[in-house]
Every structure is written in C-alpha cells, then in structure tokens.
Design a protein around this ligand. Sequence first.
Ligand SMILES: Nc1nc2c(ncn2[C@@H]2O[C@H](COP(=O)(O)OP(=O)(O)OP(=O)(O)O)[C@@H](O)[C@H]2O)c(=O)[nH]1
Ligand SMILES: [Zn+2]
Length: 334
Amino acid sequence: MRRYGKNPDEDDVRVRPNRKGNRPRTNIRPKHEDAAEGFVLTVDRGRLHVLVEDRTIVAMKARELGRKGAVVGDRVAVVGDLSGAKDTLARIVRVEGRSSVLRRTADDDDPYERVVVANADQLAIVTALADPEPRPRLIDRCLVAAYDAGLEPLLVLTKSDLASADKLLESYGTLGVRHVVTSREELADGGAAERVREQLTGRVTAFVGHSGVGKTTLVNALVERQRATGHVNAVTGRGRHTTTSALALPLPDGSGWVIDTPGVRSFGLNHIDPSRVIHAFPDLEPGTEGCPRACSHDEQDCALDQWVSDGHADPQRLYSLRRLLATRERREGD
Ligand SMILES: Nc1nc2c(ncn2[C@@H]2O[C@H](COP(=O)(O)OP(=O)(O)OP(=O)(O)O)[C@@H](O)[C@H]2O)c(=O)[nH]1
Ligand SMILES: [Zn+2]
C-alpha cells in the first residue's frame, strides 16, 4: 500500500520518539529530534486531531510554524504530551512536504484560496442520479479541481434506484473517468460499499458532493467497522456538527483513507491553472506547444484545433477539455 511518509526530496531524517531516553544527549541534535510522526485526521476550532501510532491526540500549531497551517491529510511532527489523555495538548512543530493539495475557494467571490485536503491521490465526486438532480457543471468543476490538484477523479453516482446513469455516463465517456453506480438496495446488502471500496484500496480518497446526494450514507457504509468499534468515535465525538473541516477515516484493515469533506454548494475555481488541467490530457498536451502565450485554448489561434485535425487526438477529447475549462467562468447556479 501507498506510504504516507515524507517527501523523499526532503533532507530531514525520519525521526522516532525517544521514549526510553537511552540515546546519548548532545547539544548538536537537530531540532525536534524527539518529535513523533502524526497524521492529521480533522481540525476543529484551531485544534488538530492527530493520529500518532494508534492514538488520537489533540494538538495545536507551534508558534514557530508561523502562518503555515496543517490541514487534514498532512503528515506532521508533534512534540509534547503525546499520551492522548483528556485535556492534553501537543504541539505541531513541522508540516512535511505534501504530495498534493486540494484547494477550493468557497465560491468565486471568495478571494481566499483554502487548502482543503493534503496528500490525497483521488477525488471521489459523489452525485445523485435524482433527488437532487445531477448538476453536470458542478461535476465538471470538481473534475477541473481534481485535474488541477493532480488527483485522479472517481465518479460515484448514487440513487440509481431512482434514475438511470446512462445519460450522465455518456457525457463522461471520452474523459475516461472511472465510475461506480450505487443504489439503495446495494447500500442495504453491502454491495455498494464493496464496489466503492475496490476503487479506494491503497489510496487516500477525498469525497466531495453537495448536500443530499447520499455522501454521508455511503461514507458510513465504507468505514462501518471502525465506527462500530468506537475507534473513530473518539475522533468524531467532538464537534462533528460544528466543524467545517474535512475528516479522515480509515478503511478496514488499513487499506486506505476516506476523507469526508463538508457538503459543497459551489466549487470556486479562481485558483485554477489551465496548464495543470491540460496535464491530465496527455494526448492533447504536446499540441499546446504551438499555442500563443497564455492561450486560453479556446481562441482563434489555439494550436489544438490543428493538432486534432492532423489526427493526433480525438476531437471529442478537445471538446471535453474545452467544456471543462469553460466551467471556470462562473454562471448562475454554479
Ligand atoms: N433512493 C435512494 N436514497 C438514498 C440513497 N443513498 C442515500 N439516500 C438517501 O438520501 C438522503 C440524503 O442522504 P445523506 O447521506 O444524508 O446525504 P449527504 O450527501 O450526506 O447530505 P448532507 O448530510 O446534507 O450533507 C437520505 O435520506 C438517504 O437515505 C440511494 O442510493 N437511493
Ligand atoms: Zn491553445
């Protein structure tokens, strides 16, 4: 399974808590050599809930971190009281390099870009096939955010007992996005959780979806076993309903992480860089070499039209890319 260790490019060494205290003491020890490694599970009113070995501890950011914050999914170094006992508070002294960052602006009028989840490698976009009606533009915007962040998208289409998935899947066919379709019946017999879990093994998957699509129902089914043993309740017991943070939940048998994010009404895309989105289209990317500087890829001189008419890529792919890039402009109802 994927390791969540630090970025191999970082030169700081892996450190372990020196509990026995039998290491020689010198004055030239690197700073915070005794720090333990932790994994941020959730953030609640400035307090970070961090998994250290098999304990959940509550920590705050050390002042020396400055403005740099830790978010759910971050690998961090923690010092202080690591017992996890009630009312103890540890300190986060370092945030390790991130392999990915999922950002959003709360909406397009929001000038602040927020990192929502660190180190995820997959984005599960949960959409109901009916009740509420699917919002293709919102799906497209989530796809753009995934491509921008370098996360592999996964479409999870719920409530197939209410409406067929055919039409929606048709419009995502050329994008080659993986998908899972679930129904009420399969939720009840465990089939839904099983098929979604197959797509999550060994990965850190952030789940997004707007209110009412059945995301909570699905996430509960996925992590059922942990909830039943109370392991996760220790983390979620506090402030789950007041927090606006994401929440990391382990899949059974350590087979990956589900990161549940609060319901999205919109997915602001102010921060998106088209060149990072195009990176997810390796068949089109080389064709942009002939583009004018800062090409929007939807203009007269865009070299992609020629690239496609020369037969280097499927015109449907260019159409899909342009459709996605166009969702960056906000419209009523986004
Ligand atoms: N018919 C049908 N209903 C479903 C299905 N999955 C979930 N629901 C229902 O849809 C409603 C919303 O489900 P939730 O899991 O609360 O949805 P959510 O996306 O978490 O929404 P918020 O809690 O508002 O963020 C509930 O009444 C569920 O019972 C499904 O596959 N089919
Ligand atoms: Zn172009």
